[in-house]
Design a protein. Structure first.
Length: 290
C-alpha cells in the first residue's frame, strides 16, 4: 500500500513487489478500474496471478483511497491516463500487461498507444461498440446525473441489492458486494458524473473505438454474455471490426456464458486462467518474433 503524488491527486496504489521484493523480477500487470470503483475488486484475481506476475492496482482520481489535491481536478480519459502513466514511470515499468474494465478500458486503450514499446499485451473487458440514438444518450445522461443526486438512497438495502443485481448476473463474494456499494457511495460526485457523462460522448466513444481497433499489442477482448450494464453485443462488434480492419494484429475474443459485468468476481478462477494464458501467449510471441 503506497501513494504517489501526481498533478491532481495523492494516488493510492498496491504493488505486490512492495510487500515481496522477489516480485520485482516478475512481469508486471497493471489493472485499470471501471466507473466509480476502487481497485479492491481486482484483489481475488491479483492474488491468484501473483504467483507468476507482479500485480499493480490503483485507485483513480475521485475514487477509493486516492485523495484529490488539485483545486480543479480534471476527470477525463487523458487525465486518468496521465496519472496511470505517472505510475508506470514511477515504478520504472519497462514492460507491462495492461488490463482495463468498463470505463477503465477507455483509459487502457489510451495507455496502449502512449506506451506501445512497453505494452506486452492489452485486455479490454466489457466496453464494446454500441450505438444509441441522441435521445437514448440524453436519457442515459439524465439517469447518471439523477443517480448521483440520489446517491444517498443506496444506503438502503433495497437499492444496494438493485445495484448489485444490475452489475452482476451471478453471485459474487459477499464482502465484494459491500465493497462495490461503498466504492460507489464514496466516489467523488463530480468525478462520477463527469466520467459517466463522457463515457456516452459520441466523439469520445469514436476515438476509443478507433484506438482499440488499432492497438498494436496482442489484444484480448472479454465480455460476459449476460452483462446488464453495457450491451455485450458491442464487444462482438468491436472484435469483428478489428479483425476486418486489422487482420494482421493479434486478437482474441472470450465470452463468459451467463456472466454479467464483473467476470473478475463472478467467475474468478476461469477469468484468472484466461488472463494468465493471454499474458503467457503474448510473451511467447515476443520471444518467437525476436
Amino acid at each position: 500500500m503506497s501513494t504517489l503524488q501526481t498533478k491532481q491527486s495523492l494516488l493510492y496504489f498496491e504493488d505486490s513487489a512492495t510487500t515481496n521484493p522477489a516480485y520485482f523480477d516478475k512481469t508486471p500487470v497493471l489493472f485499470i478500474n471501471g466507473w466509480a470503483m476502487s481497485a479492491q475488486y481486482w484483489t481475488p484475481v491479483a492474488r491468484r496471478l501473483s504467483a507468476t506476475f507482479r500485480t499493480i492496482c490503483f485507485d483513480q482520481s475521485g475514487t477509493g483511497r486516492t485523495r484529490l489535491t488539485a483545486r480543479k481536478p480534471h476527470f477525463t480519459i487523458e487525465a486518468f491516463a496521465d496519472e496511470a502513466s505517472a505510475l508506470i514511470e514511477h515504478l520504472g515499468l519497462s514492460q507491462v500487461h495492461l488490463v482495463g474494465h468498463s470505463m477503465g478500458s477507455m483509459v487502457t486503450a489510451e495507455l496502449a498507444h502512449r506506451h506501445q514499446a512497453q505494452t506486452l499485451s492489452t485486455t479490454i473487458i466489457a466496453c464494446g461498440i454500441f450505438t444509441y440514438s441522441a435521445i437514448q444518450m440524453e436519457l442515459l445522461s439524465v439517469f447518471i446525473r439523477s443517480t448521483m443526486n440520489l446517491k444517498f438512497l443506496f444506503h438502503l438495502d433495497f437499492f444496494k441489492r438493485a445495484f448489485i443485481q444490475k452489475a452482476t448476473s451471478n453471485p459474487i463474494p459477499k464482502e465484494y458486494e459491500k465493497i462495490l456499494v461503498d466504492d460507489f457511495l464514496n466516489t467523488d460526485a463530480e468525478a462520477a458524473e463527469k466520467v459517466g457523462t463522457f463515457s456516452l460522448n459520441p466523439d469520445i466513444l469514436r476515438r476509443y473505438h478507433e484506438q482499440v481497433i488499432s492497438i498494436p499489442s496482442p489484444l484480448l477482448l472479454c465480455v460476459g454474455s449476460a452483462d446488464k450494464t453495457i450491451p455485450p453485443e458491442g464487444m462482438t462488434t468491436l472484435y469483428k471490426t478489428r479483425l476486418a480492419q486489422h487482420p494482421e494484429l493479434p486478437t482474441t475474443f472470450a465470452e463468459f456464458a451467463g456472466i454479467g459485468h464483473l467476470p473478475m468476481l463472478e467467475s474468478i478462477d476461469d477469468f484468472t486462467h484466461l488472463l494468465a494464458s493471454h499474458f503467457e501467449d503474448a510473451q511467447k510471441s515476443i520471444v518467437t518474433s525476436a
